[in-house]
Design a protein around this ligand. Sequence first.
Ligand code: ADP
Length: 853
Amino acid sequence: MNRRDVDREKISPMMRQYLDIKDNYNDTIIFYRLGDFYEMFFEDAIIGSRELELTLTGRNAGLDERVPMCGVPHHAYLSYLDKLVEKGYKVAICEQMQDPKTTKGMVDREVIQVVTKGTRLDAFLNEKDNNYIGSIYDFEYCYGISFTDITTGYFYTLIVDHDSEKVIKEVVKRNINEIIVNDKIDREIINNLRENYNILVTITDDLYEKDDYKFVYKKISDIRSITSIKHLLAYIINTKKGDLSHLQEAEVINSDSYLSFDVHTKRNLELTETIRNKDRTFSLLWLLDKTKTAMGSRFLKYNIENPLTDIEEINRRYGIIEKLLNEFILKEDLQRELDSVYDLERLAGRIAYGNLNARDLIQLKNSLKVLPSIHDILEELDYSKNIETLEELYDLLEKSINEDAPITVKEGGLIKPGYSSELDEIKSLSSGSKDFILNFEKEERNRTGIKTLKVGYNKVFGYYIEVSKGSIPLVKEEWGYDRKQTLSNCERFTTPILKEKENIILGAEERIINLEYRLFMEIRDEVKKYIGRLQKISRVLAEVDMMASLTTIAEENAYVRPTITLERNINIKDGRHPVVEKVIKDAYVPNDIVMGKDTDILLITGPNMAGKSTYMRQLAIIVIMAQIGSFVPAKKCSIPIFDKIFTRIGASDDLVSGDSTFMVEMKEANNAISEATENSLILFDELGRGTATYDGMSLAQAILEYIHDKIKAKTLFSTHYHELTSLAVDLPHLRNVHVSAIEDQGKITFLHRIKSGAVDKSYGIHVASLAHLPKSLIDRANEILNIYENKGDKKETFTQTSLFLNFDEKEEENKPSIVEEKLAKLDPLQMTPMEALNTLYELKEDLKNQENK
Ligand code: ADP
């Protein structure tokens, strides 16, 4: 049955109410509160029953057919809701806004929030990951991206070029799970995000224009960033509907402030997950994460994805590690205290939004309890930041909230005795009556002589006196027993005094629950005033936690403090790959990486499995660790600050885009070449192997020359084209290094040691012979090699062809044409329409002349 075709005149009033609400939520499943259930109807019911494996039933609604329906119990709806959201659905929760008990007729219902992938606040989220929702605003000449984690309130904004690949990469790199876009955006981008990256995309042009969330962008002046933030705000405020006052001031991400790299590099280097299993275990994050709090863990992840470029800040962090290494007892105390700190950032979110319970407040209290001690430790360490201790908030929670309060806030049991005299009074009245009832049983037994007489309670009949069937004849008229209920084996009675006590107890219970709820809300409102201060404390604790974790790792693995040089000099003594050294069975072979001011490119040759790509990754990881402010796996390390890292390592992991491996390789090479500066790091592993030998080799050479002459970025380039090693003769900033293997008792052993110079030309054939290929085959291979080598001087062939680009000539080709030059000088805002038309005509004439030349 189709929802749109039903006759709303005929349908029952409740269903009409449903349809009116559903009209505004066409792309959203509605959980519609009916008594103890959230029901889904029509197509929502069909989806719900399929995705959640629920029985599809029907409901009479005055129509010829029953309306499809399925439902979930309201007390356990969260896990169902989470399942749907996880699968990419949006779910609106539609509540009863009036108490059905006290309302005549139909109760009002309203959608109180919409839950989507990016706007979840529930307990199913992984505490070590941020859950980001973002917006892309297409300005037609650039994109504004804003994103936030509404569980913690962190908010970021940035501008990227009007390039669809870049904007997609940015969204994917930042792990944004849900994105909203304005209508102008290219549909290809939407399809790509949805289909290849499983990101939930919603198109909307709404901007949030009210001033109550201005604090998010009050310090930002770029109107594009403000628009992009308002775009995101409109969506999250409209879906969450609640108080989001915990959102924080947006941070403008300026590409200069961070070491940047794209999502491929992040994957290639296995920074936060491994390529093969997409698992955190064996990633750099896994290695470095010895944090004690969820905040610290998320902050570390953010830093690994966004290392710094500010030398002062980086050195400050080295200083902290040094201090913590010296003061190891204080460091251990610090970590012990941090262990009792809960996720204050997400707690702050729940406090603002209101979905918190008494247990959250107990967690808050336990966290606050250790703040004074952390404060003192930081002071003793001379730490450059400190925290407020919020003792008054601790005292409030300590005297008010019951340690073993239940999860729900509407059943009482929340407030400690002594906090409210009104509450204590009602409680003592109620417990006085309860005591009376306890004694009453004994007294009645004595008074009546009926040994089996019992006093009990049930929800429907209240308190009663129970007399077993056999003793009923003993019940006397003058006792005033009033019959309440007859069961097969007993009778239940009440008496005036029991009734009176029952009224006191039941009345008191309701008053207690209501009063406790009111008190709890008052306490919550008081706590709410501290959100900003709690967030400030959280930021410091997250950093302290991360620094303590980096210290532990530095200590356990004998890392050193790097020296940041202002020259373009890399000097790493005995460097290691921190993750590989942890996971391999054999001992890791440390290697130096030396690239002086005059060396920009290391050309690395050597057989497969020798350790070339590990060596390359090792450098990138050391750079990233150093720019996070961490110590690094080496004996000595001196490096400059890098602005960007580009990599092309290992097999293509971009299977989703449908490009061939070679195309992906070339795109990434192009990306590096067009974006790299002399302060960047480029890692190219066997670039060009995806195509025919001469093709690949020629491209590799041209790329090397381009980097050498034009970009001058520090570059590690591994290759199995040993012909390329002769480039060192002509390219003064390129040096050859190689990794070799030896024969050890008939077996090939890789020493993984990087040495100066190029690998021996017949190295491949040598390795083949070590692998015991037939002797005749090896001889033939040597013969063929000789033929190739005698064909001419390789160097000449390669350096004298047109492949050796004359970059000045190329530049000539790129010179702007007359038309382009004229266009560049025009200012349309200063022209009359007539002048504009005339100029257009002239330009057209110029173009004609130019083509006729
Ligand atoms: P290539 O890129 O030359 O094919 P890899 O860098 O992939 O080689 O290394 C091959 C294997 O050798 C890796 O799996 C790693 O376990 C091991 N390896 C690489 N470098 C080292 C090293 N320095 N010390 C010990 N083992 C290493």
